[in-house]
Design a protein around this ligand. Structure first.
Ligand SMILES: Cc1cc2nc3c(=O)[nH]c(=O)nc-3n(C[C@H](O)[C@H](O)[C@H](O)COP(=O)(O)OP(=O)(O)OC[C@H]3O[C@@H](n4cnc5c(N)ncnc54)[C@H](O)[C@@H]3O)c2cc1C
Length: 492
């Protein structure tokens, strides 16, 4: 089958490259023959990320986006040269980590050059006194964490996609790991970075615990989604590997009881590393054998670190659970979660049945967290074809939460799967904004949320667009993401 036989989903705006042979020859000279490809199989491999509807498209012979050239640079100078060439020729460049993003961030919707960062895969140094690790940005998450564990440390950043995501991808999307309630999101963990700007200039943000040296420009590139620069190296906080873990679980009558419990725990400055609240539907799905949790909201906790601190954190956690009518469910639910936490077979089992399934994570302060939860569920249940919407809450702060919705459904007759998918997304985002929440917690903006950025940011979005223009006047770095103008679909 030829690439031309596939239906291309994002075909508008594709950049026409005039002299492909000339560009090909220049790219080969920059990265070397072994680090370059235009083979159909490679172009196909980089046509998508892990956006879940992509699995439905795949079995229907549809392709999200098509790049023209794939490169695997090995040095920062090669990245600079590719970017300079791309600016001269006005060709899009798309940084690519491991393709585990779920919002279309790495999809080459305008075509162009993929820069796959996988050859930037080394740990450079661990500094025990400063408690830092410096690594190249293409390093695989599990390889980095294994290296740290072998040397007696952890970064505390353990996303569900640990085995399939990269350090650069985490930084690009402001990722959150499962242990974020203690260790923070990636923006709390990154201390220093090296970045190549869109026109090929290298800048360095030096590693420092805290400083007062003007605006925090480095923050622009954390969450930049490969549109403002390519991260090539970063220094992260690390911690001694925890001495002890306490596994705790309780079931609560309502989502409100569970929210109050966790809020009261964090108010005391007690930070269990893992806290996960499963609403009643998800409790029934994930913990069907736990009698005490029947028709209830399951909450699991892991406290970890110094053993005396863990004992203390455990006692306060239990005290707050008891006070808020929690029923003890023992260690087993937490052990079950630990065993299954990287398993995602559910998602890939849906497309053969033509079911559209996806997840949308959002954020809110405590005072409207329950409103966001209920309003999204009510809004989603009004969409024709939606079969289920459920939620768990897995990232907590003294001031608010990250809520993670999952939905599944079958498009009604006459409605395309993409239209149905977009309706589900837009309905969720609209409900979140109406209830006072924020449109993304850790998966980023990518393609799925770009058209909501003006609603989220207000006129600050104009400033962000101006910054993008200054750094990337030719709009070559990952075009079509984040900055697009408000789109008609938002009038849902
Ligand atoms: C099963 C599953 C579970 C997941 N669990 C989590 C989770 O627990 N927490 C979480 O936060 N996310 C999770 N994700 C989402 C995904 O893993 C993250 O968004 C991750 O940060 C993407 O990393 P990546 O290396 O795969 O990036 P890619 O998908 O390759 O790229 C993502 C974006 O980053 C840009 N980019 C990549 N590398 C660089 C670089 N070096 N410099 C600049 N830009 C770059 C790309 O252009 C793109 O815009 C999950 C995804 C899946 C499929």
């Amino acid at each position: 089958m030829d690439l031309e036989d596939f239906e291309l989903i994002y075909k508008e705006n594709r950049v026409k490259i005039k002299d492909k042979t000339k560009i090909e020859s220049k790219l080969k000279t920059i990265v070397g023959l072994n680090n370059f490809s235009t083979k159909k199989i490679d172009i196909l491999a980089y046509s998508k990320d892990s956006t879940l509807i992509g699995f439905n498209w795949e079995i229907e012979c549809k392709i999200a986006g098509l790049a023209d050239f794939i490169t695997w640079p090995e040095t920062i100078e090669q990245i600079c040269e590719i970017l300079k060439l791309a600016n001269q020729e006005k060709i899009p460049v798309i940084p690519y980590g491991e393709g585990s993003g779920v919002v279309g961030g790495a999809i080459p919707i305008y075509g162009g050059i993929i820069i796959d960062m996988k050859k930037f895969n080394k740990v450079i140094t661990i500094n025990d006194k400063n408690l830092t690790v410096t690594a190249e940005a293409g390093i695989n998450g599990m390889n980095l964490e294994r290296y740290l564990n072998t040397n007696g440390y952890t970064s505390g950043h353990i996303p569900q996609s640990l085995y399939t995501s990269s350090l650069g991808g985490w930084i690009a999307h402001r990722a959150a790991g499962q242990f974020s309630t203690k260790y923070g999101k990636i923006e709390d963990i990154v201390l220093g970075m090296e970045v190549v700007l869109p026109q090929g200039e290298i800048i360095n943000f030096k590693t420092i615990a805290r400083a007062s040296t003007g605006p925090q420009l480095d923050k622009l590139f954390i969450g930049g989604e490969g549109t403002l620069g390519i991260v090539t190296k970063a220094t992260l906080k690390i911690w001694p590997y925890p001495e002890k873990r306490a596994l705790i679980s309780y079931a609560f009558p309502t989502i409100e009881n569970s929210f109050n419990t966790v809020r009261e725990i964090l108010r005391e400055q007690i930070y269990p590393a893992v806290v996960r609240i499963y609403d009643k539907s998800e409790t029934a799905r994930h913990f069907p054998d736990i009698d005490n949790a029947k028709d209830k909201v399951m909450v699991i906790f892991i406290c970890e670190g110094n053993s005396r601190l863990v004992d203390f954190e455990e006692s306060i956690t239990r005290e707050k659970c008891d006070k808020n009518t929690g029923i003890e469910c023992g260690e087993h639910p937490v052990e079950h979660w630990l065993e299954t936490r990287f398993r995602v077979t559910e998602t890939s089992s849906m497309p053969p049945y033509k079911i559209i399934f996806d997840t949308i994570e959002v954020a809110s302060l405590w005072d409207n967290a329950a409103d966001v939860y209920h309003h999204v569920l009510e809004s989603m249940n009004q969409i024709k074809g939606v079969l289920m919407t459920t939620a768990h809450v897995s990232h907590f702060y003294p001031n608010g939460v990250g809520i993670y919705f999952s939905f599944g459904g079958v498009p009604p007759k006459g409605n395309s799967d993409f239209k149905f998918y977009q309706e589900c997304w837009d309905t969720t985002i609209k409900a979140v904004l109406e209830a006072g929440g924020s449109i993304a917690h850790h998966h980023g903006i990518g393609l799925n949320r770009s058209h909501w950025m003006d609603n989220e940011w207000g006129n600050a979005m104009n400033t962000l667009r101006q910054i993008k223009k200054v750094l990337d006047p030719n709009n070559i770095l990952n075009p079509g993401k984040i900055y697009i103008e408000t789109w008609k679909r938002s009038e849902i």
